[in-house]
Design a binder for this molecule. Structure first.
Ligand code: 4AD
Length: 460
């Protein structure tokens, strides 16, 4: 009870403490520093208290002496409390290890924001047995875990790397709207809403807008949310996902695939060149090997052959029986994944039949039932990129609208591109969460989104 009254005072005779983040400690060894953060781990002994402090830039072991451990605040301290500590950063003694190779020997500390212990303790909100709903309802707390935070750090590194790679390839970033009145990838997955009395949708893809930028800015890209009212509870579908899309003018289909490959490989090596991110990736995905170029390119027709030669069948919608694939079939997620996992390397699947693809895709010259389209498939995830060459010819585009039963009127601005200086062009969209699921070896894309949305889930 005595401890209740003890209020620690900073010793004014000590040299002033330098305010820093944990990451800055390496260059401040043997200096007096002031650090604020959250109690990640806590070990109380008879004498000193050991704290692992977390501030988003790293982890730091802190030692509170006997004297500093005897206050009411110290005795009631719980994990996830926000605290401030001053002291000396010292290299850990030979044979001991700690994050960064050093520890903070405190001369003073104080609580900034307490956290409960007992029933309401952080560890009781989320424990090893927590499943589905509990984890999703408590995503805001789960984010504080090392794995979740590492995935998000890698995510930030990936986005920054792609931006740098695009800049090096002379692509300019644009920010297209999320509220739109045209579809891109089919009416079935549109989220509809009332826009001042008019029907509007949440965007499925920024592609059409990117196409309009070509004559203005040249090659462009965007990193924008896309929305899909997918009624599928799979491990690779979200209702809202981050869509990295690019569009390039005056290219061939072959150049498009080479570009996708380059951008992905360059972004991966840029992430691996950041020591902190490389260390996180090593933890998350110890076996990760950067993909080798060139990627395997397999035509849709050869994929159908592969599936049949390897006994990978599809379920017939009408009879429910498993049957061989025939040319014209959409390759379902399960079959695609099985093939990708068997081959174990990135695969460009290209040349899909026009019936199973979007209205805007260019046909293969001389083989017009098929399109200059490609999906990039990655082991363990499946499709992470969808791209194609676009129809450059006006009449062909009008026929495309017709085939898909789309009213061309709201697309006047898209059609205009074919009227004023049309050009051969193509582009692609990469699902950032799927890319991350592949890179960080996560079971589901839900782990790669800050606050994932799927059917029935829009909270927190
Ligand atoms: O293949 P998709 O539908 O292609 C397009 O939207 C094109 N208009 C893009 C373009 O050419 N600019 O989607 C592209 C990628 C997919 O390969 C996948 O990685 C991701 O977007 N994706 C999803 N990711 C998570 N949840 C979903 N429901 C997704 N739907 C597509």
């Amino acid at each position: 009870e005595d401890s209740k009254n003890v209020v620690l005072e900073e010793d004014p005779s000590l040299p002033p403490a330098m305010k820093t983040k944990i990451r800055g400690c390496t260059s401040l060894r043997m200096k007096r520093v002031r650090i604020s953060g959250w109690v990640h781990r806590l070990r109380r002994q008879k004498g000193p208290t050991f704290i692992v402090l977390r501030d988003g830039t790293g982890f730091l072991q802190c030692v509170l002496s006997d004297r500093l451990s005897q206050t009411y605040d110290a005795l009631t301290l719980a994990t996830e409390a926000a605290i401030q500590i001053t002291g000396l950063v010292q290299e850990v003694p030979e044979g001991k290890s700690a994050p960064g190779g050093h520890e903070l020997i405190a001369d003073w500390w104080g609580v900034l924001g307490a956290a409960p212990s007992g029933d309401d303790a952080f560890s009781n909100r989320l424990n090893a047995e927590s499943e589905g709903n509990v984890l999703a309802d408590n995503r805001h707390l789960a984010l504080r875990g090392e794995v979740a935070a590492s995935v998000l750090h890698v995510r930030a590194g990936v986005l920054s790397a792609f931006r740098k790679v695009f800049e090096a390839h002379n692509l300019t970033e644009v920010t297209p709207p999320c509220m739109v009145q045209t579809q891109v990838e089919g009416g079935a997955t549109l989220f509809k809403f009332d826009y001042y009395g008019q029907p509007a949708f949440l965007t499925q893809s920024s592609q059409l807008y990117l196409e309009t930028c070509l004559p203005s800015l040249g090659d462009v890209y965007s990193i924008q949310e896309s929305f899909r009212a997918e009624n599928s509870h799979t491990r690779r579908h979200l209702s809202e996902y981050t869509h990295l899309e690019a569009e390039l003018a005056f290219i061939t289909f072959d150049e498009l695939m080479t570009h996708i490959e380059e951008v992905i490989c360059e972004a991966v090596s840029m992430v691996l060149a950041v020591p902190r991110l490389a260390a996180m990736l090593k933890q998350l995905h110890p076996e990760f090997q950067p993909p080798k170029r060139p990627f395997l390119r397999m035509s849709y027709k050869n994929a159908i052959k592969y599936l049949n030669e390897h006994g990978i069948q599809r379920k017939d919608d009408e009879t429910g029986r498993f049957v061989d694939h025939t040319v014209g079939d959409d390759i379902a997620e399960a079959a695609e994944r099985q093939m990708t996992d068997e081959l174990g390397v990135p695969i460009f699947l290209y040349g899909f039949p026009k019936e199973i693809k979007a209205f805007y895709m260019k046909k293969i010259p001389g083989d017009e039932a098929f399109t200059e389209s490609c999906d990039l498939l990655m082991p363990n995830v499946g499709e992470i990129v969808g791209g194609s060459m676009r129809i450059a010819d006006m009449d062909e585009l009008l026929a495309g609208y017709k085939r898909e039963g789309i009213d061309p009127a709201p697309y006047y601005w898209f059609t205009d591109q074919r009227k004023y200086g049309t050009c051969e062009h193509g582009g692609y969209g990469l699902g950032v969460e799927r890319f991350l699921a592949w890179l960080t070896n996560r079971y589901t894309v839900r782990e790669c989104s800050l606050y994932p949305r799927w059917p029935g889930r829009a909270t927190p």
